[in-house]
Ligand binder design. Structure first.
Ligand SMILES: O=C(COP(=O)(O)O)[C@H](O)[C@H](O)COP(=O)(O)O
Ligand SMILES: [Mg+2]
Length: 417
């Protein structure tokens, strides 16, 4: 009986079926291997093969992936995965196939999952976002402008009272969202329950004062049980959102949060802390593009996708990722990209020029580092966003908004480091 060998996973004449998941990888084969040998091993290990020749009966090869294209020059391969290989609606299982053992196999020096073409049966087995970019209208009344957010700094250490004061100043200064930082959850210096209730009371005051809708991205990140309890608490106290550190928490937990948020009608803000462990080295890991795709399928409404290189952190193709998040995917809702990380008012015109206005603009240091404090910083950021949306020159705007003039004087258009 002929066994299954690596060759069974390579067919460069193969045309993937419409229901197959097609993945593009960048690979650098091991020094003693050519692209074909490495590509067939990638397809094998990520579906149903292994290093040894296997003797099995029946149509087990129906579940085999096929390495169906190789671009020697660019070091790219394409692998098609049959739909039956996957448990629908189970992102952990999907990732254990397409980004699992292959990430560490010796047949490749480096391997990066660059992009996925999600077929309808698999994609629609996930819920997608409840709101996506519609948060700008469904939750706020933001018109054409980006929604705005700020995260109090220092990231941790402020007492609840200090945190809430900073939030209230930011809201009344003109920002839409107060956001917890990624490592602020339920520590003794600022307990979750107190912060939630007191922030929402401040939100109500700010709404009253400004006549605008305000909301709070409360960080519920924890083990799944505690996270769901916190989602329930956020809903109970009248919050519109929860924030989850989606990479550190893991997609399986995000799926449960999405389910619970639907029950309450809450939107999900996804912070991507730790994404760079997967995507920073451009020749290895899982691209931010794929992480963003997974976020959309699992149903986050807002996702950090970087600043198109204007901010303090390394970014991978913010523009291309955002375009994918807006693109049609079998009628699934889109995702609102959040630009964040080292932003300040002077960078806003160029940001909007590069990525458009269908985004959220988030700044921490660029608001609270304003020489006249958070309230002035919030006014400056809001004015910069309004001007950029209206196509007005930021220096013209600064003539009418002294807080913006001060911010421009302090930071100009520099990229922070
Ligand atoms: O706290 C901040 C930004 O603060 P600041 O405005 O002071 O830099 C966020 O955690 C980063 O946006 C994360 O980066 P990214 O959005 O790229 O994931
Ligand atoms: Mg942060």
């Amino acid at each position: 009986m002929p066994g299954i060998t690596y060759e069974d996973f390579l067919d460069l004449a193969y045309d993937p079926a419409a229901d197959e998941l097609v993945c593009e990888f960048a690979i650098e084969p091991a020094t003693d291997m050519d692209m074909e040998a490495a590509a067939s091993r990638v397809a094998s290990e990520s579906s149903n093969g292994t290093w040894a020749e296997l003797q099995v009966e029946g149509s087990i090869t129906d579940l085999s992936a096929t390495a169906c294209a190789i671009d020697e020059e660019r070091g790219r391969i394409t692998v098609a995965y049959p739909d039956e290989l996957f448990e629908h609606g189970n992102m952990a299982q999907v990732l254990s196939c397409i980004a699992g053992n292959i990430m560490g196999m010796k047949a490749v020096e480096r391997i990066r999952l660059l992009d996925c073409d999600w077929p309808e049966p698999l994609a629609t087995s996930f819920p997608g976002p409840q709101f996506g970019t519609n948060v700008r209208q469904d939750i706020f009344d933001a018109g054409d402008r980006p929604i705005t957010a700020t995260v109090p700094k220092p990231k941790v250490g402020l007492s609840t009272e200090q945190h809430v004061t900073v939030g209230e100043e930011a809201w009344t200064g003109g920002l839409d969202l107060l956001k917890d930082d990624e490592n602020l959850t339920d520590q003794e210096f600022n307990p979750f329950a107190d912060r939630l209730t007191e922030s929402l009371a401040a939100r109500d005051r700010a709404e009253e004062e400004t006549g605008e809708t305000k909301s709070y991205l409360v960080n519920v990140t924890a083990d799944t049980r505690r996270m769901l309890e916190r989602v329930d608490m956020a809903a109970e106290h009248g919050c519109e959102y929860v924030m989850v550190d989606v990479i550190t928490t893991g997609w399986a937990a995000v799926q449960r949060v999405r389910e619970r948020c639907e029950k309450h009608g809450l939107a999900i803000h996804a912070h991507r802390a730790m994404h760079a462990a997967f995507d920073r080295i451009p020749t290895h890991g899982v691209s931010m593009r794929v992480l963003a795709q997974i976020g959309r399928l699992c149903g986050v409404d807002q996702l950090h996708t970087g600043t198109a290189d204007l901010g303090k952190l390394e970014n991978e193709d913010t523009v291309g990722i955002n375009e994918w998040l807006y693109s049609d995917l079998y009628g699934m809702n889109d995702v609102l990209p959040m630009a964040s990380g080292g932003l300040h008012p002077g960078l806003v015109p160029e940001l909007v020029d590069r990525v458009g206005t269908n985004i959220g603009v988030q700044a921490g240091g660029g608001v609270h580092g304003h020489p006249d404090g958070t309230h002035a910083g919030a006014k400056a950021l809001r004015a910069a966003v309004d001007a950029a949306t209206a196509g007005q020159d930021i220096h013209e705007k600064a003539k009418a908004v002294p807080e913006l003039a001060t911010a421009l004087e302090k930071w100009g258009t520099e990229t922070p480091r």
